[in-house]
Design a protein around this ligand. Sequence first.
Ligand code: CP
Length: 322
Amino acid sequence: MRHLLDTQHLSRADALEILDVAEDMADTQRREIKKLPTLRGKTVVNLFFEDSTRTRISFEAAAKRLSADVINFSAKGSSVSKGESLQDTAQTLQAMGADAVVIRHGASGAPRTLATSGWISAGVVNAGDGTHEHPTQALLDAFTIRKRLFGDDSRGRDLSGIRVTIVGDVLHSRVARSNVWLLHTLGARVTLVAPPTLVPQDVSGWPVEVDYDLDHAIAAGPEALMMLRIQLERMSAAYFPTEREYSRRYGLDARRLDALPTDSIVLHPGPMNRGLEISAEAADSPRSTVLEQVTNGVSVRMAVLYLLLAGERPDTEKEDLR
Ligand code: CP
C-alpha cells in the first residue's frame, strides 16, 4: 500500500488485510507489549489543518508504539497563518525527513493532491478531508463491529449479512461516506437515516437504502446503529430543524435504545453532542462502543502505518519485541 486516501477505492482484500493486521497489533497491546521496533528510523508527520482530538493523538500513539519518530504540525500557530501554501508546508516537512504524512484538511481532495502532485515522495494517509472521506475512522468502525459481533473469530471475516444503520448529518459527514463504501465492500447492508435536507443529492449512486424514519429503521433490527455528529459548524439554518425537533425525531434516547435488538451495538465516531444526536444514557450504555472505537483506532492506525511503511504483514509472534 503506497497511500490510504479513501475507502471507495480500497479493495476487499486490502481492507481485510488492514483489519487482520490491526488484530495482530491489538494482540500485542493485550500482551502488554508497549512497543514494537518495526518502524524504528521512520518519521511520521501529523499535518493537521483542522482540529482533532481522537485522530491526531491516535496516529501519534500508533506511530510511537511502532517506534517511529513523530512530528506534529498544527496549522494554528504555523506559517500557514502567514499564507504559506499546502505545497510549501508539505515540502518543508518532507525536507525534515518525513516518510509518511497523515493529513487532515478542510478541503475535500487535499490528501489526493498531496499524494499525486509529485510535491513529496512520502506516503500519504487521509485523516479526514472536508466532507469527502475519513478512511481510518471507517476501518476502526468496521474493526469494532467485527470484534463485537464475532469476538475471537473475527480474523479473515467480512461483514456479509450484517445490517448497519447510519443516522444523522450524512450531508456533511466524511465518516458516513467512508463507512458506506467500506461496509459495502465488506458485504454489509447499509441504511442511511436522516431528515431529507441532510441526505446528499448524489445518494442515488451510493450502495445504500434511505429511510427518513428512525423508529422504522430501528424496528428493522440492525446489528449496528451508527450515530453521526450533527456538524453545527458546517450547518445552515435551511438544512436543520430546531435542536429539540431534531433530537425528538432523530436522536437516540433510552426508548429507542430499548427498541433495538438486545445484541445490537451503538457506535459514534465522536466528538458527541450529548442530548442532541445521542442521550447520555445511550452514549454510556453497555451497548455503546464509543470508547472501544477509540482504543481500536490505535490498533487500526498501527496497521495502516505498518503496511504503508514496512510494506508487508508483520509476524508479531516472531518480531524482536521489547
Ligand atoms: N472521530 C474523529 O475524527 O474525531 P476527531 O475529530 O477528534 O479526530
